[in-house]
Each structure stands twice: as structure tokens, then as C-alpha cells.
Write a protein that binds this ligand. Structure first.
Ligand code: HEC
Length: 157
């Protein structure tokens, strides 16, 4: 299990660290860490029901950023290229983003922002013609914004 896994992913107990830790008896993962050989299935069922019925909507600020960008900071809307539902546009090579694991998306956005996704590439213009626009779109985002956007995209936005 990833150390960075989200404790609770609203609407998705299977992707939430909390019930995964409650169910596991692997000593590196399990919660509580000591003294139990059997998971508390009653508590687990309750927690999973709570998570699965939790509101899966995006944080409003991340949703706004995706759809409208931020004019004050000169950030283009992600939706302008990736589409309002995150399906991308095949003809423009704007990739599909919806449903992607937040851990992966966060890593890509962080790499674009730091201009390290294609480090060592012979020619960015040839290998990834859209990458310049992507870098410009994300370099002004904060870590928190990248995390919130990634979580939204995993939940289909
Ligand atoms: C001007 C168009 C444009 C805008 C605006 C834009 N993107 Fe992109 N995005 C692209 C293109 C083109 C690529 C593919 C670039 C490449 O080949 O590396 C991409 C790649 C990505 C990837 C990598 C996907 C993968 O599978 O590795 C993510 C994640 C992403 N964009 C998220 C965003 C988010 C979030 C925003 C808004 C903050 C945004 N993009 C704004 C055009 C854009």
C-alpha cells in the first residue's frame, strides 16, 4: 500500500486507506498495529458503508479551477483542452484524464510543473508537442491544488 494513499476517498471504500488498514492483518499495514488477529468486521462494514455513501463531489475550488481556470493567475481552464468531463480530445492528443489514479495524476502534474517529465528528451517539440502548453497550464498551481485536482479526476469529476 502506498504511504501517500488517501485515508478516505468519498464514494470508494476499496480505494480508501482506512478500511484497507482495518481489514489487513499484515503487520506493516494493519490498524490497530498490535494485539488483534481478526479484523473487526462489524466496524469495517459500518466504515465502508459510510465511505461508499459519502458525497463524491469535487472540492468546489478544484472544480472551478478545472472548468474556468484562474484569470488572475493566468491559468487556463483544464477543460479547454481536456474537455468538461475529462475525456480529452483524441484529434489534438489531449489525453483522457477521468478515472485515472490520483497518485499517478499528481506525479505527472508535479513533473510538468517542474519541467522534469521529459528531462533528457531529444526534442520536446517532436516527442510531446502538447507538453509546453501543459507545463504552462500547471506551473502556477500549488501542491494542494494539484492534489485536489487529481482527487477530482479520479472520481470522474
Ligand atoms: C492548452 C491545452 C491544455 C491545458 C490548458 C491543460 N492541458 Fe493537460 N495536457 C495537454 C496535453 C496536450 C497533454 C499531453 C502532453 C504530453 O504529451 O505530455 C496533457 C497532459 C496532461 C496530463 C498527463 C496525462 C497522463 O496520462 O500522463 C495530465 C494529468 C493533465 N494534462 C492535467 C491537466 C490539468 C489538471 C490541467 C488544468 C490545470 C491541464 N491539464 C491543462 C493539454 C492541456
Amino acid at each position: 500500500m502506498q504511504a501517500s494513499a488517501q485515508l478516505v476517498v468519498p464514494g470508494a471504500s476499496h480505494a480508501s486507506a482506512l478500511p484497507i488498514r482495518m481489514r489487513s492483518r499484515d503487520p506493516r499495514v494493519q490498524m490497530p498495529p498490535l494485539g488483534t488477529a481478526i479484523p473487526d468486521f462489524e466496524a469495517l462494514a459500518l466504515i465502508e458503508r459510510w465511505i461508499d455513501h459519502a458525497d463524491a463531489a469535487c472540492a468546489p475550488s478544484a472544480d472551478r479551477l478545472y472548468r474556468e481556470g484562474d484569470r488572475d493567475r493566468n491559468i487556463q481552464p483544464c477543460a479547454a483542452c481536456h474537455g468538461s468531463g475529462g475525456r480529452g480530445r483524441e484529434t489534438n492528443e489531449d489525453p483522457m484524464l477521468r478515472g485515472q489514479h490520483a497518485v499517478y495524476t499528481t506525479r505527472q502534474l508535479t513533473a510538468y510543473a517542474a519541467r522534469t517529465r521529459y528531462r533528457g528528451s531529444r526534442s520536446l517539440a517532436e516527442d510531446a508537442p502538447g507538453a509546453d502548453a501543459m507545463q504552462a497550464a500547471v506551473e502556477k498551481l500549488t501542491r494542494e491544488e494539484i492534489g485536489a485536482l487529481s482527487a477530482c479526476l479520479q472520481r470522474l469529476l
